[in-house]
Unconditional design. Structure first.
Length: 294
């Protein structure tokens, strides 16, 4: 499906952002945001389906992930990603019929952009990271803290050197733990391409340091930061893999709908892990396109 995608670059929010795209620019924008450890290529199976449904599907590499630039301002808090997403909507000619889709770290940006700029995004799809209320209520359980060890490890100054070892073998381990049984070799190579150049791995790790270190957050982005934990007023589809090894599925229930607009839905997908759109692509692609097309 790679031959159905083209690559481009645009300046948004003062940053040169590279992206993959599929479909006519005249169609409604479908902005697809990846997470960690991943890249824009994670959407290579969904984007042609979105294009066939009439959307202009665009998947950027997030700030710091090559070939997107390393931001000169050094900002990696989730609020900066929200501002990037809203700026991309503007420079890509998005209208009020645009939709936004986010997985993992891209989910935080998706929640924030949808809440802060509801007039820009008609519908919302989020994978693997539940709304803040559900996430907070489950995160500090013993089982979840074990799964989230990497977040605390990344606060260590030695983290970058350890992750670099054996050609980023730690990333291979995360994929294996988070989506057991998935043949992820193509996607792991693509994220390694994004993280091997100088400064890129440090950028990806700084995303996690910015969660816990107030010094890495700026007052200028206070509204964007607050929006990442605000309810999404639009109809929102939340998807979670039953076998997710990153965030347990045991807390995903009707409670997630309290943080989403009328017409929202959730689906815990059997035989799927953290990378749910890759574990069950046919089912997930159809689910997303059907939801967005209503």
């Amino acid at each position: 499906m790679a031959d159905q995608l083209t690559q481009g670059k645009v300046e948004a929010n003062g940053l040169e952002i590279a992206y993959l795209e599929a479909g006519s620019p005249d169609g409604p924008l479908a902005l697809c945001l990846h997470g960690f450890p991943d890249s824009a290529w994670t959407w290579n199976q969904l984007m042609p389906e979105l294009a066939s449904a009439g959307y202009h599907a665009v998947a950027p590499w997030l700030r710091g992930y090559a070939p997107t630039a390393i931001p000169a301002d050094g900002r990696y808090q989730t609020g900066a990603l929200v501002r990037d997403a809203i700026s991309l909507h503007q420079v890509l000619g998005g209208r009020d019929d645009a939709v936004i889709i986010g997985h993992d770290y891209g989910a935080f940006a998706t929640y924030g952009a949808a809440a802060l700029a509801p007039d820009r995004f008609r519908r919302v799809v989020v994978e693997a990271i539940p709304p803040a209320e559900a996430l907070i209520s489950s995160f500090f359980t013993f089982a979840q803290l074990k799964r989230s060890w990497y977040i605390f490890f990344f606060q260590n100054a030695a983290a970058e050197g350890v992750v670099e070892m054996d050609d980023l073998a730690l990333i291979d381990g995360l994929w294996a733990d988070w989506s057991p049984g998935l043949d992820s070799s193509f996607y792991r190579e693509k994220v390694k391409e994004a993280l091997r150049p100088p400064g890129r791995l440090a950028a990806a790790i700084t995303y996690y340091r910015a969660i816990l270190d107030p010094a890495l957050q700026v007052a200028e982005l206070a509204d964007e930061q607050a929006a990442t934990v605000a309810p999404t007023p639009q109809p929102t589809l939340y998807l979670h893999g039953r076998d997710c090894g990153c965030l347990g599925a045991e807390f995903v229930d009707d409670g997630v709908l309290k943080s989403m607009g009328p017409g929202s839905e959730y689906d815990v997908i059997e035989e799927a892990g953290h990378f749910v759109h890759l574990d069950r692509p046919e089912y997930v692609n159809n689910r997303i396109v059907e939801f967005l097309s209503r």
